[in-house]
Design a protein around this ligand. Structure first.
Ligand code: ZN
Length: 54
């Protein structure tokens, strides 16, 4: 049984809609988008996991 998790957002999170932040890949230098509610994303160019710097 598979369900999409994105359909189950808590109501209180509606005010804080996620927005994309640009983070530079440490592997190839490309700019990739990391959503504000996520800590890391996969680089579309080299496949490296890029973490946001806080
Ligand atoms: Zn990269």
């Amino acid at each position: 049984m598979t369900r999409c998790q994105f359909n189950e957002r808590p109501a209180c999170s509606v005010k804080n809609e996620p927005f994309p932040e640009e983070v530079r890949c440490t592997g190839c230098g490309a700019w990739i988008e990391v959503w504000s509610d996520e800590d890391e994303a996969c680089c579309v160019r080299c496949g490296r996991i890029v973490r946001k710097e806080e």
